[in-house]
Each structure stands twice: as C-alpha cells, then as structure tokens.
Design a protein around this ligand. Structure first.
Ligand code: GCV
Length: 838
C-alpha cells in the first residue's frame, strides 16, 4: 500500500502541475484559485464583508457573483452586511446610493447608462471598495470587472476605473430552430429548444446569460433569422417567457426573430402587406401579447426578401414600410426593431459582368435613409458579401447617416473553420471597426458610426451571431470561446486592442502562467492570417464549397451560379472588377476618398486586390510577388504556420489541465492536416487554371507521395473526388461491394527513418476501419469516426493519420487495409512517406 502511495506521489510530481480535467463549461468565469503566493498575498488586505446597498435583482446577482468569485479565487467567504458599519467592506450599489453613503466619493469620469466605477474609498482607517453602477446593470458589470482584476492578479492599490459601454445595443443572435437544430451551429443542439418546444431545463440558458453578462452583453435573439412561423403563437410565447426568466437575473433581455409573412401564414389574414390596416393591427396585438408575458422583451430581428424569405417587396413595399409598422407596435413598450440589410437576389446572372451581389445592401437601403422610425436599427453584416475570411467593410455604414445602425459580426465560424480550426476573429473585427470610411471627408471609423457618434444617432451597436450549443464547452473548440468573449469586449469598448482581449481571455481561461499566456496569445493573434493564407488570400474570400457545407475547399463552387460569391477566375486572370471605370461600380458606393483608394490599382491594398479588381495572374503586387506566386506561397506558409500551432501547443503539456490540453491538441493536429488539404486543393486548382508553375517547384510535385490509385489494389477501385482538386491528382480509391480491400506499395528509397502518412476521407456517417502494415506486421489501426460535414470524397472529409519514425529499407512492403462501413467505402487518397525530422 505504501509503495502504491509513493508511486502515485512520484507520478504526480513527474506530471508537474497537470490537473486532471476541465470541460470548459466555466469558460472565462472559472474563478480558479490563484496559485502564485505572491499574487495571493496582494489581496490579503481586501475586506471580508460586503454591503449591497439596494435590493434590485441585478444587485443581488452581483452580490452572489462576488461571493462566488472571492471564494473561488481567494478562498475567502465574504460576510453580507446590511449597513455600512465600522468594518472595511465591499460596497455594491448605484452611484446615487453610494454617494448618499459616501458623499465625498465621486467617479473619476461621468458614467453613462449601464456603466460602472470601481474605487477604494478610505474613511477613518477603513477601506470601502466601491462597485458603483450608473444603474443596477452597471453594478453587475462592475462586479464582474472587479473579479476579473483579481483573477488576473492585477494590482488593486491604485485601481480607479470608470467605464461606460460604447453603445446601447450589445446583443448576441442565436440561429436556433424550434426542432433543436442550429443553423450554422457547430457545438450540439439548441440550449433553448427541443422537438418544437422550449426545453424544460433552462440551466444552460441561465449559464449562458451569466457568461454574456460578464462581458456586458445585454440582449439575446434566441431563434434563427430564418424564423419559424410558430414563434409568434400564443403557446410559444408562453414557453419563450421561461427563457426570458432565465436571462433576467443577468440583465440579458430576450429578443426574437420573426417572419414577415406571419400575419398571413398563421395569423388568419389574407395578406401580410405591411401597410394593410389589418396587418398593422395584427402586429400591434402580437406585440402586446408578448409584452403581457415578457415585460422586458427587447424587440424583433427581421430577415426579409433574402435567401427565399418573404418580404415587403412581394407587395411593392420597401423595408421602411415593413420595419416602421413593426417598430410602431414595439415603441410603446420600449422595444426595438433590428431590420437586417442582408437583402440580395440569389438568382443573379453570372454572365452579366455588371451583376454584383456586393452592391445589393447599399443599393436597396441607401435611398431609404431618414425614413426609418427612431426605434428601428438597420443591422449590417460587416462586409458586403457574407462573413468571408476577409472582406472590405460594407459601404452601407457610411450610406445611412440618418438611420440607426448595428454591425453584425459572426462569432460562429461558418466560413472560418467551423470551430475545428483555430481562428481568433477579434483582429478581423477590429480591422472592420477601425476602418475609416471618411464620410463627408472627415474621420468616421465604422465603430464610431455604429456607436452613434459620427452622425449623432440615439441608438446602435453590435449583434454577434454566436450559436452556442449543448456541448459542455459551448462552441466545440475551446479556443473559439475567445471569440465570444472578444465580441463582448469589443461591443463594450471597440477601442480595446486585440492583444488586451487575447491576454485577458487566456489568463481567465487557462491561468496566469507566463509561458501559457505568451504561447496562447501568439497563437490567437496569428490565427486569422494563418487561416486566410491557406484558404483565400488577396480578397478572394474563403474559397470554400459555398453551395453546401461552407467548410472545406471547393473553389469552383462559387462560379457560374446565382449566389454571386464569384471570384471570376479564368485562364488569364482572377478577381472581380468592381471598379467604377470598367466594372460593377461597387467601389463607387464608398465615400470618395475610400473609393479612389480602391479604384486605383496603385493604391488598392494587396489584401483586397481580388475583391476589387480582375488582374492577370502575372500581375505584380505591392510586395513585388506575382498574384499567382502569392497564392502558392501563402498556402504553403499558412500550412506551415498551422503545423506550428501543434508544436507550440505541445510546449504547454503539464501547464494546462489534461482534458482541455488533449482536446485542443487533437483539434490542432486535425487543423494542421486540413490546412494541407486546403493548400493542395487551392494550389492544384490555380495551377491547372493558370498553367503557371510555382517558381519554387512545389505545386504538382510531391515526391514523397504515392497516389492510392497507383498502388497495387485488391478490391479497391479508383474514384474521382468532387470537386476534383480535393484529392491529390483528382482521384482516390474506394472499397465497394467488399468487406475488406487492400492497397500496397513497395518502398524503393534509401534505408532510413520515415513518417508514414495515410491520407483518407472520413465521411459524416459510417465508421470505416483501416490498418497499416509493414511487411505484414501491423503498424497502426484506426477508425474513421470523425463527424465531418459531408458523405463524399471532398475537401470537407479529406484527413490523415501519421505514423512517425518508421524504419524502412528498399523492398519493404507497405499495405493499407480498409474495411468499409455504412456507405463509407474506406476511401483513400495517398500515402506520403517523408524522412522523419527526429
Ligand atoms: C441564417 C448565410 C448563411 C445562412 C444564414 C444567412 C443569413 O447565407 O449561410 O445560413 O441564414 O447567411 O445571415 O441570413
């Protein structure tokens, strides 16, 4: 027994500080004990008492959070005191309440609605730690901020903070369907709905609201903008009221997406024409019913005349007509109407060189400026297309000076790796928010337009499509939570730097160890560029399969259809000509200074070049490289950088709990492999299209690769991938109508140690099994059990397994045996045998 104890002790010591596991459910609100004794000592003089000065629900929540946080981080159980007495204490209350007790205290700067101030006040040898809100919301936000300071080990001696949110609307949108699925959600089923009803168990909804409140989010639209018509039935409103109850203690107001055709489709009217008096009355009644059950209801989000949704155009009406009718119904209750500018025709004519989806939002909404009611907000996606890896900012931000605006950002990584790839989106969002549109030839950065500052608007702000799901860690990739956190931080203060956000998130999520913090910060901050490099650089957009999964490479899917995400690549050149002089004229939608910057090839930045211009492949960038060479190089660089994430992460073993360490390691190994799939698909495609060789001789030359279709096959038959570029050389092999098939090759290179990679396709359904043999001896067995998005040999499903350090000599036989399962034909693409690095 003593031996066993000793062995365990030794094992623990060898494992360093590695702790067994965290699911990630606590996200950045772990309140983990401060391990560093010097950090802990800093806080020994903090008081052991806390005084809530008011009785509001939100101050109660703030109080509970303080008790929970102080206990977790410092192991200190705060005592609640009803009155200010002669002990040092934390004091929670509104500014008015605090000033009544401490008349000499004043916040360092004026604080606006929902803002807060933190400060120590010294009186008669005692210290009162003031957490004062402009209102109860501010008290709660102030408590979270105070706990963040301690969790990060910051010095509190001189802390005096006064903060106010940049804008009143700080919402997340969820695209949850009533049946429990989530459109573009990647982390399990809905936390709100199941099988057509609101879930009984609201615990995840409440935990979500807590996370949102901790970063200042004050609203959540709970259902898909492709809204279910049942949403407005009295029964559903009754059920939805339970979600609002779960949100309420956290100051998160519930909003709903609604379908404009509701009055007709289930409301019993024969029209949904927004100007019809019966329809106007119908909306009024529907809204009154909502407020009867949800008195703090925040408002509606509307997607209309877009991607097949009904809209006012059906009756020759405009978005103003529709929006104002609904806004007037909401107005007496204090609700707002967010009308999405994502309105476009998805049956565009590809053959028309002037057709351009990017123009749509501005063309439709610009002329309506000044006609929207003051509780209408036009919600504009940050770019003119659809959340691509890089887009210019939408010119519409500058085109509505007399209208309230929110920016719509996408936290869920629809086009940016679907939470299987690490992509920290904050730097991308900052690029959009900081972009100066020069409206009226003066400084008008997007952030100041939506804050309402530039054009003196009363409302505006931020909407982030989050799509968390029931998975324990909310978004599947633990690092994706940095995007939810970062969205909240930017919505509160868009001036915060990406570095600060990355740093705070990492410390709160993984602790304050310096190596952990610097490694993860670096990874986060380089990840957008890495993803852009191996997917679609130079403004090409993500180059994914835009017709279905929006995940893996599918370059040509963008072309020759009505969706208008065209890259207009031919044998001579690539890019969409959006110039005023020769192209679609889109560039002319920007204010003149920005338009002239994009219009001229000399001043158009390289990273937007192919969004704005059509150029030959041999066109020289500002960097001095040709377009085609940049495409090749970026894809190789991006894949290298993704593989470095793996080695950098491995440097953190023992410094992070095992569960999250292993989960992230597996995701990063997968990402490194998928980056190679992307690299090869895009480069093969452009090589074929342009006919121009890679000056570095890499594209189309993979000397370590043995194509599966060229191996000795028993049972396996060759099959093409769709699209062709998703497989090396366009083809792979499949095992159909057999219980097992084999593919063998004889090694004929010099003796040495090699890494043997097997590239195969892992469909969404079916779990094929594979075995790799060397001279008949088993090297590795594995199951294709990932749930990648599709059931085909394509860019979504291509993946690999690598057996490192295999001793090989000429004449050795490598054989892969595949066992198909449930329509997954154990597909293979190639073997790659490369000299081991170690
Ligand atoms: C909710 C893109 C997405 C759709 C989404 C739409 C929108 O087209 O692929 O899933 O629909 O944007 O934002 O309305």
């Amino acid at each position: 027994m003593r031996r066993l104890g000793l062995a365990l002790l030794v094992a623990c010591l060898l494992m360093g500080t590695q702790s067994p596991g965290e699911t990630g459910a606590e996200a950045w609100l772990r309140y983990a004990p401060l391990e560093d004794p010097s950090l802990k000592a800093k806080y020994s003089s903090l008081p052991g008492n806390i005084i809530p000065l008011d009785d509001s629900h939100l101050t109660h929540t703030a109080l509970d959070e303080m008790l929970r946080g102080m206990d977790g981080i410092l192991g200190r159980r705060l005592q609640i005191e009803p009155l200010v007495s002669d002990h040092s204490a934390f004091v929670l209350g509104t500014v008015t309440e605090v000033q009544a007790k401490f008349p000499r205290w004043q916040s360092t700067a004026p604080i606006r609605a929902e803002g807060y101030a933190l400060a120590p006040v010294r009186e008669q040898g005692r210290t009162y730690w003031i957490i004062a809100g402009a209102d109860p919301h501010g008290v709660l936000y102030g408590a979270f901020r105070f706990l963040q300071e301690i969790a990060e080990g910051h010095d509190l001696r001189s802390i005096t903070v006064s903060e106010s949110p940049a804008a009143p609307v700080r919402w997340v949108d969820q695209w949850d369907n009533l049946n429990g699925t989530i459109e573009r959600g990647y982390a399990g089923r809905s936390i709100f709905f199941d099988e057509g009803n609101v879930r009984i168990d609201m615990s995840r909804a409440a935990e979500y609201a807590r996370l949102l409140a901790s970063v200042g989010i004050n609203g959540c639209a709970i259902n898909n903008v492709n809204a279910d018509l049942k949403m407005l039935t009295p029964e559903m409103i009754g059920q939805v009221a339970r979600i609002a109850e779960a949100f309420r203690p956290w100051g998160v107001r519930l909003a709903m997406s609604v379908d404009l055709s509701s009055p007709k489709v289930f409301g019993g009217l024969n029209t949904f024409d927004p100007l019809n008096p019966k329809v106007i009355e119908w909306w009024k009644k529907a809204v009154d019913q909502i407020y009867a059950q949800i008195p703090d209801f925040a408002g509606f989000v509307v997607k209309a005349d877009s991607e097949g949704r009904a809209g006012p155009s059906q009756y020759g009406r405009t978005p103003v007509d529709a929006a104002n009718v609904m806004a007037r119904a909401l107005k007496p209750h204090g609700g707002v109407l967010l009308y999405r500018a994502f309105v476009y025709n998805h049956h565009l004519d590809w053959n028309d060189p002037k057709a351009d989806r990017a123009r749509a939002a501005y063309d439709i909404f610009h002329t309506l400026d000044g006609q929207f009611d003051d509780n209408v907000i036009v919600q504009i996606k940050h770019g003119p297309i659809d959340f691509q890896v890089r887009e210019p900012v939408s010119p519409l931000f500058a085109g509505l000076p007399k209208t309230n605006e929110t920016i719509e950002l996408q936290i869920t990584q629809e086009y940016t790796g679907q939470q299987r790839h690490l992509v920290f989106l904050v730097p991308m969002w900052k690029t959009a928010l900081d972009f100066d549109l020069r409206a009226g030839s003066r400084r008008t950065p997007v952030k100041e337009i939506i804050e309402g500052k530039s054009f003196n608007r009363p409302l505006g702000g931020f909407a982030g499509v989050a799509n968390v799901g029931l998975d324990a860690n909310w978004l599947r990739h633990p690092m994706a939570m940095a995007n939810l956190y970062g969205f909240g931080r930017l919505a509160w203060s868009p001036d915060t730097s990406a570095q600060t956000i990355a740093d705070d998130w990492t410390r709160l999520t993984f602790g304050n160890n310096a190596t952990v913090v610097s490694t993860i910060d670096k990874m986060l901050l380089s990840s957008w560029k890495t993803y852009e490099d191996y997917t679609g650089p130079l403004g090409l957009g993500t180059l994914t399969d835009i017709l279905h999964s929006h995940y893996g490479p599918g370059i040509e899917s963008a072309e020759r259809n009505g969706w208008g995400q065209w890259i207009r690549a031919d044998h001579d050149g690539v890019g969409t000509d959006r110039t005023v002089a020769r192209g679609t004229g889109y560039i002319g939608q920007y204010p003149p200074e920005v338009a002239s910057m994009y219009e001229s090839l000399a001043s158009c930045p390289d990273e937007q070049l192919l969004f704005m211009h059509h150029v030959p492949y041999s066109y020289k960038l500002h960097s001095g490289k040709t377009v085609i060479q940049h495409i090749y190089d970026a894809h190789y660089d991006g894949a290298v950088s993704a593989s470095q994430f793996v080695s950098e992460w491995q440097g953190l073993k023992g410094l992070i709990d095992n569960e999250r360490y292993e989960k992230i390691l597996a995701l990063q190994q997968y990402q490194a492999v998928h980056a190679i799939v992307w690299r090869d698909a895009v480069n093969q495609w452009f090589y074929k299209m342009s006919g121009i060789a890679d000056v570095k001789g890499r594209v189309g030359h993979d000397p370590d690769r043995i194509e599966a279709e060229n191996m000795q096959l028993e049972g396996y038959t060759p099959a093409g991938a769709t699209p062709w570029e998703a497989a090396s050389g366009g083809n792979g092999i499949v095992c159909k109508g057999q219980s097992a098939c084999t593919a063998s090759t004889t090694f004929n290179r010099s003796a040495g140690t090699y890494d043997v990679a097997v590239q195969y396709f892992d469909f969404r359904h079916g779990i094929s099994t594979y075995s790799l043999y060397l001279n008949g001896k088993l090297l590795k067995e594995w199951r294709a059990d990932n749930s990648l998005p599709t059931d085909q040999m394509n860019g979504d499903t291509s993946t690999r397994i690598t057996v490192p350090g295999v001793a090989l000599k000429a004449g050795d036989i490598l054989k892969v045996e595949g066992h198909p399962n449930n329509d997954e034909p154990a597909p293979l693409d190639y073997l790659e045998i490369s000299p081991s690095a170690r």
